[in-house]
Design a protein around this ligand. Structure first.
Ligand SMILES: NC(=O)c1ccc[n+]([C@@H]2O[C@H](COP(=O)([O-])OP(=O)(O)OC[C@H]3O[C@@H](n4cnc5c(N)ncnc54)[C@H](OP(=O)(O)O)[C@@H]3O)[C@@H](O)[C@H]2O)c1
Length: 331
């Protein structure tokens, strides 16, 4: 579906953007891939990395806070992937206005520019932190998700289709627990600090995140939230996998941190369908009326919750060790 199409990726110089570009170039023949972000140096590095694809890649300097610039960038664009965000929890907590301007106002600008340019489909990236949010980052992403789902009401028959893809911390991503433990290990540490021995997380690779976005581009008809079915792991098992026999010290949960990641709430279960490899939460707006449930799914049980703490699929220490060799986001 992406052959001979023009795709714009806001935040295209980030971890997701790099993986998405790799994936699209390996599997399709797009007409143009437009990277939209602020920092010229990141764009310069990316341009060098993809020298051989200079006929396809375009680098557009712009801020998602700038609606006019987005409108200019979206002329002739078929698909938009909205990945630009401020996403560090402590930074968003300390700079709430900045988080709101990028994550909420930016989302509104992306929606308006897409509607105006007649973009076919827009997929916005969400996070587990938008589910029952306890920090400002999660709060802004919840608002962003709502904006993208509601935007379908404004696109009219045959107009732009907006959907959301939600996943949790990508294995190995900057600021996450794996590089944190690795740094201690590389410096000869024998003890790994664990915020809470009960803590669990989902395991997702960037590859799976990109595949879910492609699925959303293929299947969305407006307002859905796509969530991958992925395994869970205990943080204590991760510590064991990375440093066998290590001492583990419980240091207390941090501000804005949850014991378990939740992707689908009990309230969402009334509108959630299970598929072989993913779930879809359908919108519950009266304008939507069950019009396009993707075939092959089954409504989940009432009160179903998709949480890393009650997941049915778990990674053992051994499996974690294998995944650490194959799945890490090295960007
Ligand atoms: N990484 C994870 O573990 C994870 C997990 C769940 C969900 N997500 C979501 O996935 C998306 C992508 O994450 P990522 O890991 O690729 O993030 P990342 O590596 O931090 O990249 C963020 C990108 O956004 C750009 N950006 C930031 N502010 C911008 C603005 N105001 N206007 C235009 N571009 C801006 C950055 O470039 P400049 O600074 O040059 O503008 C960069 O290209 C985000 O929406 C995030 O919430 C990520």
């Amino acid at each position: 579906m992406l052959n001979n199409k023009t795709i714009l990726i806001t935040g295209g110089t980030g971890s997701f953007g790099h993986h998405f570009v790799d994936y699209v170039l390996a599997n399709y023949k797009p007409k143009k891939l437009i990277i939209y972000s602020r920092d010229e140096f990141k764009q310069f590095n990316m341009q060098n990395r993809y020298k051989e694809n200079s006929d396809v890649l375009r680098f557009f300097i712009g801020d998602v806070r700038d609606g006019g610039r987005l409108r200019m960038a979206m002329k002739g664009v078929d698909y938009v992937i909205h990945a630009a965000a401020l996403k560090q929890v402590p930074a968003c907590e300390y700079n709430p206005n900045e988080a709101i301007l990028t994550n909420i106002n930016g989302a509104m600008n992306v929606i308006n520019a897409s509607l105006e340019a007649g973009v076919k489909k827009v997929v916005a990236l969400s996070t587990d932190k938008a589910v029952n949010p306890i920090n400002l980052y999660g709060g802004t992403k919840l608002v962003s998700d709502k904006l993208f789902c509601a935007a379908n009401a404004y696109s009219g028959e045959g107009g732009t289709v907006f959907s959301v893809v939600r996943y949790g911390n990508v294995a190995g991503s900057r600021g996450s627990v794996i590089p944190f433990f690795q740094n201690i290990i590389d410096n000869g540490g024998k003890e790994l600090p664990i915020t809470d021995f009960r803590m669990t997380r989902f395991w997702i690779s960037l590859e799976q995140g990109v595949e879910l976005v492609i699925k959303a581009l293929e299947e969305s008809s407006g307002g859905e939230t796509f969530i991958s079915k992925i395994p869970s792991f205990k943080i204590t098992d991760l510590a064991e996998a990375m440093l066998p026999g290590c001492e583990k010290k419980e240091v207390g949960i941090r501000e804005g941190e949850k014991l378990h990641e939740i992707m689908i709430t009990r309230e969402d279960s009334l509108h959630t369908y299970e598929y072989e490899k993913h779930y879809i939460i359908y919108p519950h707006y009266n304008w939507w009326r069950d019009r396009d449930i993707v075939p092959g799914g089954k409504l989940v049980a009432p009160e179903f919750e998709y949480s890393s703490g009650t997941n049915t699929e778990w990674l053992s220490v051994e499996q974690l060790r294998e995944k650490l060799l194959t799945d890490l986001d090295e960007h």
